[in-house]
Write a protein that binds this ligand. Structure first.
Ligand code: ATP
Ligand SMILES: O=C(O)C[C@@H](O)[C@H](O)C(=O)CO
Length: 332
């Protein structure tokens, strides 16, 4: 299954992400409920932030468009992005007293993990359309849109404007559906706004459940991956990737090709972070011009590295780490 995606050439930046910047507080006392957890380790979090950090770790010139709180957590996030080589010129600071979203993670067992979200008055959802830098998008080969940023205004309008800029400048749009129920008011609202983004996207990545959210009004009652792919090829999509957890992933191309990606073995600490690291590894491969199958393999290896780690952002691997993981796994 060949990679026919033609990312625009000759641009100063490879990748720009728009959306959530938050803080992960991952339980240190794992394999127990959060009621029994007394200490946490702080990491930068937020799905698009994790993916952007992953892309930068893999050697890409990356930037972020978002909003942080005017407090210690906001300053920590900005410093971390900067220290990881990410251009933060597009990250604005809220001046209204908004706070940083917190993601408390509970690791009851390697397979039983959950996230307790504190998202009231989160700064990231206050990103306004006039704060979206058209030049950042025009100068980038790809724009990553993370679905949760569509959950509330004015972030919703900011994302829709970013999509317009991307289409105007030929910047490839990657829509990571990223459904997090805590921010939405209803599944119907979610489906309507997800649709507006998916219709303008070149690559759509999501789990089966996330596509079901997106396609709520589209009659895919059988939850068919093939029906999902065909629907989005009718819009702008060139690639549709459906993630299936430990059962791997499947990719469909507009030209009719498809490929089922396997997983790599992992000494799982926690399962979350798999999607973000998979997306970073997969997009890295596509932007290198690799085949879809090899890109999926890279994403899967990156995912296994991150789910074998305590953090998401901190654990995002370099290309050398992914290469070594693949090499070791193939000889195991
Ligand atoms: N238990 C596992 N073992 C090995 N690889 C896994 C496992 N779970 C997920 N992966 C890999 O990560 C990819 C994405 O995982 P998943 O389908 O859970 O996405 P997600 O739900 O978006 O992840 P997240 O939990 O970060 O939200 C899978 O397609 C697979 O390649
Ligand atoms: O995206 C979120 O809000 C949660 C993330 O911060 C966390 O790292 C995670 O769940 C990654 O998938």
């Amino acid at each position: 299954m060949e990679n026919t995606l033609a990312f625009p050439a000759g641009r100063p930046r490879d990748f720009v992400a728009i959306g959530r910047l938050c803080i992960d507080l991952n339980a240190n006392e794992i394999n127990r409920p959060m009621e029994e957890t007394m200490t946490f380790t702080k990491y930068v979090g937020g799905s698009p932030a994790n993916i952007c950090i992953g892309m930068s770790r893999l050697g890409h010139r990356a930037a972020f468009i978002g909003k942080i709180a005017d407090d210690q957590m906001g300053r920590f996030i900005r410093s971390y992005l900067h220290d990881n080589g990410i251009d933060t010129a597009g990250v604005t600071t809220d001046r209204t007293g908004a706070v940083t979203g917190l993601a408390f993670t509970e690791i009851k067992s390697p397979e039983d993990c959950s996230i307790l979200m504190y998202r009231d008055n989160a700064a990231d959802l206050l990103l306004a359309p006039e704060e979206v830098d058209e030049g950042l998008i025009a100068e980038s080969k790809a724009l990553l849109v993370s679905g949760t940023a569509l959950a509330k205004s004015p972030s919703r309008e900011a994302v829709l404007l970013a999509l317009r800029y991307a289409r105007k400048h030929g910047t490839k749009v990657v829509f990571d559906i990223d459904y997090r129920p805590y921010t939405w008011t209803s599944p119907e609202e979610t489906a309507v706004y997800y649709h507006l983004a998916a219709e303008k996207s070149d690559i759509i990545i999501g789990t089966r459940e996330e596509f079901d959210m997106l396609e709520r009004f589209d009659g895919n009652a059988a939850h068919s991956d093939e029906v999902t792919a065909a629907q989005w090829f009718g819009c702008h999509a060139e690639l549709v990737i459906i993630k299936h957890g430990k059962d791997g992933s499947i990719a469909y191309a507009r030209d009719g090709g498809s490929h089922r990606g396997a997983i790599f073995p992992a000494k799982i600490v926690k399962t979350f972070g798999a999607g973000d690291s998979y997306a970073a590894g997969f997009l890295h491969g596509l932007m290198q011009g690799w085949s879809v199958a090899r890109s999926m393999e890279y994403g899967s290896a990156a995912a296994s590295i991150v789910i074998s780690s305590h953090s998401c952002s901190d654990a995002m691997p370099t290309a050398e780490q992914v290469d070594a993981y693949i090499e070791t796994s193939q000889h195991a």
